[in-house]
Design a protein around this ligand. Structure first.
Ligand code: PSV
Ligand code: MN
Ligand code: MN
Length: 406
């Protein structure tokens, strides 16, 4: 069945000018980083639910993450969050990851869970608190040296709830001072990925509220600072694809935190609510991938695709499997866009034909393609089914309840 369905699909795509050997080669290069915190207990601001079988420490988080990679071939690195993943010996954690066929990915400092930071961390009007926050950023650079991580993902909860609560302009300067100090501590290979978020936990103003503020900060810091787009961090109706295309064109798109949102920063499984948006993001990325400008091509090839989700009501490992598989599906569909066809229609000012050329790629069922891809990679055709029948989920129940949580 796989063979027949694939042969038909291949013929259909060849007729549209799409070479599936090239598509498969690109799919084999796709890497999606999963977050350590996505394997631990999490919840809403109303309740953290404790699940049975949740990892009790960072080492067990990597063991669970290894399942996702083993079954999909897609997720060879895991982002860590400090201090959630604080250990005495990062060399030991790194060796553990490597034994599991993984590497430690982005290091995420945490400047939002201490009482000291209630009114701001790097933007606090108290110089001692700013010092403490900056020292934590520097500590994370040191950790990244030990873990061999290239990226430091930076999100600040800093902001105010009321007019007059703080000086927006002074806070902007303090943020820049702190990040400049951090920037100077980077090794030449490292990158600072600056994340923005329109609101929450602050509701009046957020110090880095949108991509423009993050981009401006990156420009002031230097070429090793880039912007991180978390798909859940925009106001309703925002055109994320436009932001993506703009930042690539400025060679400052460093990475993504993928998740789905319906209302705010919902942190739901990526591709579960609006798969077309995810497809259109990849369409923008792929249309820049063969740009004549080597700087743009290099920006595209260095984009870090990371998941940032909290699985509150669903089982953690299957939720992560679903997430990376959803990303792979939309990426596969975006690889079916015939860019020449789109451009030709756009140049003729045929708006409907151009839109059709983009959308029709989304409408294909890529199952036969993904099955053949997995067959070639020696992976299970249906990674979710393989996980559910593997017994791993039952085995970890022995860990009991009350594992790691954020
Ligand atoms: C904040 O909402 C965020 O998206 C940041 O990336 C954090 O580090 C992450 O979620 C985990 O809470
Ligand atoms: Mn995020
Ligand atoms: Mn978020």
């Amino acid at each position: 069945m796989t063979d027949r369905a694939y042969a038909l699909f291949e013929e259909q795509q060849a007729a549209r000018g799409i070479n599936l050997e090239e598509v498969k080669a690109r799919l084999k290069e796709l890497r999606i980083e999963t977050p350590s915190w996505g394997y631990g207990d999490s919840g809403t601001r109303f309740k953290v639910f404790q699940k049975e079988g949740v990892p009790r420490d960072p080492f067990e988080k990597f063991e669970d993450a290894a399942q996702v990679h083993k079954l999909t071939g897609l997720a060879p690195s895991v982002a860590i969050h400090i201090p959630w993943d604080k250990v005495d010996d990062y060399g030991k954690l790194r060796a553990h990851a490597e034994n599991l066929g993984l590497s430690i990915g982005a290091v995420n400092p945490n400047l939002f869970q201490e009482d000291d930071y209630m009114l701001g961390s790097v933007t606090n009007s108290d110089a001692a608190i700013r010092r403490k926050a900056t020292d934590h950023l520097l500590e994370c650079v040191d950790i990244a040296k030990e873990t061999g991580s290239r990226d430091l993902s930076l999100w600040f909860a800093d902001g105010t709830n009321y007019p007059g609560q703080g000086s927006i302009r002074k806070r902007k300067g303090w943020m820049q001072d702190s990040l400049t100090e951090m920037y100077k501590a980077l090794t030449p290979e490292m990158r600072m990925l600056i994340e923005y978020k329109c609101f929450e936990p602050a509701f009046y103003h957020t110090d880095l509220a949108d991509w423009g503020m993050a981009y401006n900060m990156a420009l002031k810091l230097g070429p090793q600072a880039e912007v991180l787009v978390d798909t859940g961090h925009h106001l309703p109706g925002a055109n994320i694809e436009h932001i993506v295309a703009y930042l690539i064109d400025e060679k400052r798109l460093g990475g993504f935190h993928f998740n789905s949102r319906k209302y705010a920063d919902d942190d739901l499984i990526v591709g579960s609510v609006n798969p077309y948006e995810l497809f259109l993001i990849f369409y923008q990325i792929l249309s820049a991938a063969s740009d004549g400008d080597a700087g743009i091509r290099s920006c595209v090839s260095n984009i870090a695709y990371m998941i940032d989700q909290s699985h509150n009501i669903e089982q953690k490992i299957p939720a992560m499997l679903r997430s990376v598989l959803n990303v792979q599906t939309q990426y596969a569909k975006a690889l079916l866009v015939n860019h020449e066809e789109v451009e030709e229609a756009a140049n003729r000012h045929d708006v409907l034909a151009a839109e059709h050329a983009v959308r029709s790629a989304f409408e294909f069922d890529v199952t036969p393609l993904l099955h053949v891809l997995r067959e070639e990679q020696g992976l299970p055709l249906d990674p979710m089914k393989a996980y559910l029948s593997s017994g791993y989920g039952n085995g970890i129940l022995a860990r009991g309840k009350g594992g790691a949580s954020w």
